[in-house]
Design a protein. Structure first.
Length: 218
């Protein structure tokens, strides 16, 4: 007996899919901001003392060699045993921030290395302090150089938000599984969800590319 496509059951729950999509985007944006802070701090610390380089290196090594799902489950289920209780949203955002931060450290390291030495020396020559040089010279050049990598990271973080379904956060994948369970329309549900992911990531990529073009290259 052949399988017939019927999308009515999915369309009747489309509002919950869109709500899940928004939740995933918000979590991805918050995690990107937090991960950017972690990445910047780690990149600058790693350029300082030997102890700083070792600490950052250990953090990057540990996080990058752990699956994101393991980090999520560790924060959500293990921390309460130590007396630290976070709700599922905070647990997931913390996990995704730590995960993205480890990768962004490497991105910003590369960006810092790409800043021309002459620009830094010129800034110091006109009397700017080290902090002023970093804020007004190094960071603008670095951010422009790493914009493509930041764009890819944001899209990757958004796709990784689907792992939040493992701890019952009602993002897009969780809502799709719920609809699939209730309606048994397997093909239709995952076709629609796949299309939403593809369209959303394509729109994000287009917007981020337009933003990149508005900034001059160094």
């Amino acid at each position: 007996m052949g399988y017939s496509l019927h999308f009515d059951a999915v369309w009747s729950n489309f509002d919950s899919l869109m709500s899940g999509l928004v939740i995933g985007l918000v979590m991805a944006l918050i995690s990107l901001i937090a991960g950017t802070v972690i990445g910047l701090l780690g990149a600058f610390i790693s350029r300082g003392s030997v102890a700083g380089r070792w600490l950052v290196g250990i953090y990057v090594m540990l996080i990058r060699n752990l699956p994101l799902l393991v980090i999520v489950l560790l924060l959500y289920f293990a921390l309460p045993q130590l007396g630290i209780r976070l709700d599922k949203y905070k647990s997931f955002i913390c996990a995704l921030s730590l995960y993205s931060g480890a990768y962004l450290i490497e991105v910003f390291r590369g960006g810092l290395s790409s800043v021309p030495v002459g620009q830094v020396e010129a800034a110091r020559a006109i009397g700017l302090t080290r902090i002023q040089t970093n804020l007004y010279v190094v960071m603008p050049i670095m951010f422009r150089n790493v914009l493509p990598s930041l764009s890819n990271t944001f899209i990757g973080i958004f796709k990784d938000s689907s792992i939040a379904a493992a701890i019952a956060i009602p993002e897009l994948t969780f809502e799709a599984r719920r609809i699939n369970t209730n309606t048994f329309r397997v093909v239709e549900t995952w076709l629609i969800v796949s299309s939403l992911y593809v369209v959303t990531c394509s729109v994000m990529s287009f917007i981020l590319q337009r933003i990149e073009r508005r900034f001059p290259k160094f």
